[in-house]
Write a protein that binds this ligand. Structure first.
Ligand code: FMN
Length: 333
């Protein structure tokens, strides 16, 4: 399948793996890129720019295909040295960066000077337009369904994507709630040039996370996510667990006076405990509503091949079938 996104990034299929904290290691990024999608290493999971440089080198050893690095600009307990991370990305020969969180404006000149294409992930039309205006090459439009940070507008993709299509000149992919061929075809119909998946890629054989996490995703339904940190305007969609129940209880008690320090134990340092040790109840970890559509743990290649084959079937048979039947009915009349 050829779209503006496959052309822009030099990939075979219009499927991107979004950066994911403690999931987006070289193993997953390489598996996605080798299967014809765009794999992304999560920059800040590497605690220093040197470690990121090593992770990029490891990924180059595992694939000759293009892959990217995610740089997330979110409120953090201590700000990371972004210019040094960008230097590691540039020196690692990376040509695609997925930015997310706050606007990447101040880093755009450095990215452009290095010939790096930027795809900014954001949750509203106004932020997408801002990304276009500051020179981003593409946008990942992330709906309210998404795992991670859906923003504060609560706009689902059935509205957000066509609105983005009405306004944007640069290409965009649909992100949030994407799991299979139905998601891809719907995203294309709504104006996107591909899709970005997070949660779905965690439940794959190559995702380098504890087996407990994958089994939890298969077991969960679409009713099992919760929104946390709304009072801090840093809303995150997470999988419900004992740590999240504790967090929600604290949020209830504190109301509008909630401060990040109040929930430190439930949100700080949780990811290694969950993703490496398999301690699912350690606290809040991102997960999308799309978890309700995850029923198996295929290899990344099986997943992507299945999506592309089923998408072709939906387009060629199901969708054109409606038109052909329509014609036949009209002819018969
Ligand atoms: C466990 C997990 C960790 C994530 N970590 C990050 C991150 O560090 N930076 C980022 O930009 N997005 C992060 N995301 C968001 C994903 O890149 C992607 O945008 C999102 O998962 C899309 O929604 P979906 O889960 O419905 O596919 C994370 C998502 C998950 C599920």
């Amino acid at each position: 399948m050829k779209t503006a996104i496959t052309e822009m990034f030099g990939i075979e299929h219009p499927i991107i793996q979004g950066g994911m904290h403690y999931v987006g290691f070289a193993e997953l990024a390489a598996a996605v890129s080798n299967a014809g999608g765009l794999g992304i290493i999560t920059g800040l999971t590497q605690r220093t720019p040197d470690l990121l440089a090593r992770e990029i080198a490891r990924c180059h050893d595992m694939t000759d295909k293009p892959f990217g690095v995610n740089l997330t600009f979110l409120p953090a307990f201590s700000a990371p040295p972004y210019p040094e991370y960008i230097a590691a990305i540039r020196e690692g020969g990376i040509k695609i960066v997925e930015t997310a969180g706050r606007s990447p404006e101040q880093y755009m000149p450095a990215l452009k000077a290095a010939g790096i294409k930027a795809i900014h992930k954001c949750t509203s039309v106004r932020h997408s337009l801002k990304a276009e205006q500051i020179g981003c090459d593409a946008v990942s439009v992330d709906g309210f369904e998404c795992g991670g940070h859906p923003g504060e507008d609560d706009m689902p993709n059935m509205i957000l994507l066509p609105r983005a299509a009405e306004e944007l000149k640069i290409p965009f992919v649909a992100s949030g709630g994407m799991a299979d061929a139905r998601s891809l075809v719907a995203a294309l119909a709504l104006g996107a040039a591909g899709m970005n998946m997070g949660t779905r890629f965690i439940a794959t054989r190559e995702a380098p996370v504890h087996e407990n996490v994958k089994q939890a995703l298969v077991a969960a339904t679409e009713l099992d996510t919760r929104l946390v940190m709304r009072a801090l305007r840093n809303t995150e969609r997470v999988l419900r667990n004992a740590g999240v129940d504790r967090l929600i209880e604290i949020e209830r008690e504190k109301g509008r006076s909630l401060r990040i320090e109040d929930i430190h134990d439930e949100v700080a340092g949780v990811y290694p405990k969950v993703m490496i040790d398999g301690d699912l109840d350690a606290g809040a970890w991102s997960c999308g509503m799309v978890v309700g559509l995850i029923k198996d743990i295929p290899t990344v290649k099986e997943l992507i091949d299945r999506i592309m084959a089923d998408a072709e079937h939906i387009i060629r048979s199901r969708l054109t079938g409606f038109l052909d039947d329509g014609k036949a009915t009209r002819r018969a009349a």
